[in-house]
Design a binder for this molecule. Structure first.
Ligand SMILES: C[S@@+](CC[C@H](N)C(=O)[O-])C[C@H]1O[C@@H](n2cnc3c(N)ncnc32)[C@H](O)[C@@H]1O
Length: 329
């Protein structure tokens, strides 16, 4: 005799297949029990993915039954989240700068804090019609470069990365966002002696969110990061500054005048990055805080700005919305 419970997905109590409403409730309960920070939201996003339904469809048809397949799939997705895999990784998508990006196990999961870098460049370069050439070092999913290309409709850009798999994701993102005609991607290891030659140039804007976690700190990060972001996207050497040293060592060569650079900084690293940019001969250094008030981006330019308002690097805190405004060109 076939036992019905033999094919019943784990966790759904007595019913073989749940309704959308029941599945959502049970999924959220399991996630809350496992200590997930946003169990309701996570369960809803995973149910949408498993059932192939929009949020509106979930809300409008709460009594619709899942198929056995959808129910089992939802059960698997909840299990992955319980193992601390981020929802964005499970569904393979992440919103950044109000654009949807494909992500994969080979790309960093783009962080909202990195939008500070986009804001910094928009503050530096006021003329959106300028035909900028932009270089993005360590492009990953391409989120930074592609977000900037949507803001500067006449700009072109090159994204470099050591990971061919990540570059494949970046290329697909460029196609999906209608930016493939203005975005190129190149496999390039910036530890190689000839990386600057490979990068070409000169560029008007150089941006990077490089790997910046001190090697010894990676295992202590939240499991969502340590276990699911690719190690090469995180590891920045013993003190986390290896890639900043490489980039600042060549940034003046990569930039034309006037030219702008904006680098994302890890926790407590902004001061060291300022020092590296100064040593590279860059001027008008500015620090921009993220939404949590942490120094997140250090920006500089190749020539002195005439008028600067805001927070010059190395001074106290400041409202980041005013700091770079007078860098406009
Ligand atoms: C912190 S992630 C940033 C990804 C993306 N720009 C973002 O902000 O989401 C750093 C990126 O640098 C790349 N990377 C690591 N080592 C590299 C190297 N030696 N040369 C070029 N890129 C490298 C990684 O593959 C990863 O995509």
């Amino acid at each position: 005799m076939i036992r019905r419970s033999g094919w019943r997905p784990r966790g759904w109590g007595r019913k073989a297949v749940p309704t959308l409403k029941d599945a959502l409730r049970e999924g959220a309960r399991r996630l809350a029990e496992a200590g997930a920070g946003t169990p309701q939201l996570d369960a809803r996003l995973l149910l949408q993915a498993a059932a192939g339904r929009s949020m509106e469809e979930l809300l409008c048809n709460p009594d619709e039954e899942l198929t056995v397949c959808q129910s089992a799939q939802f059960d698997r997705l909840i299990g992955r989240r319980i193992m601390r895999e981020p929802v964005s990784r499970i569904v393979g998508r992440r919103e950044f700068w109000s654009l949807e990006f494909e992500i994969s196990p080979e790309t960093l999961d783009p962080r909202a804090d990195s939008e500070t870098l986009i804001e910094a460049v928009l503050g530096q370069v006021a003329d959106r019609q300028r035909p900028l050439r932009i270089l993005d070092i360590g492009t990953g999913s391409g989120c930074l470069l592609l977000a900037l290309l949507t803001e500067f409709p006449r700009a072109r850009g090159l994204g470099l990365d050591i990971s061919e798999e990540a570059l494949g994701v970046a290329r697909r993102n460029a196609v999906r966002l209608g930016l493939a005609g203005r975005a190129d991607f190149l496999r390039c290891d910036i530890r190689a002696a000839d990386w600057v030659t490979q990068a070409g140039g000169p560029y008007d804007v150089v941006i990077s969110n490089p790997p910046y976690i001190p090697d010894g700190e990676i295992s202590g990060l939240a499991p969502e990061v340590a276990n699911f972001d690719p190690g090469i996207a995180l590891a920045g050497g013993e003190d986390g500054l290896d890639f900043y040293r490489i980039i600042t060592g060549s940034v003046a060569e990569l930039l034309r005048e006037p030219g702008w650079v904006a680098l994302e900084a890890g926790f407590g690293q902004a001061g060291a990055i300022e020092g590296l940019l100064r040593a590279a001969g860059l001027e008008s250094l500015q620090v921009r805080d993220d939404m949590n008030g942490l120094a997140r981006v250090v920006a500089a330019q190749t020539a002195p700005s005439e008028t600067l308002t805001g927070r010059p690097a190395g001074r106290g805190s400041l409202d980041c919305h005013t700091d770079l405004r007078n860098w406009g060109i």
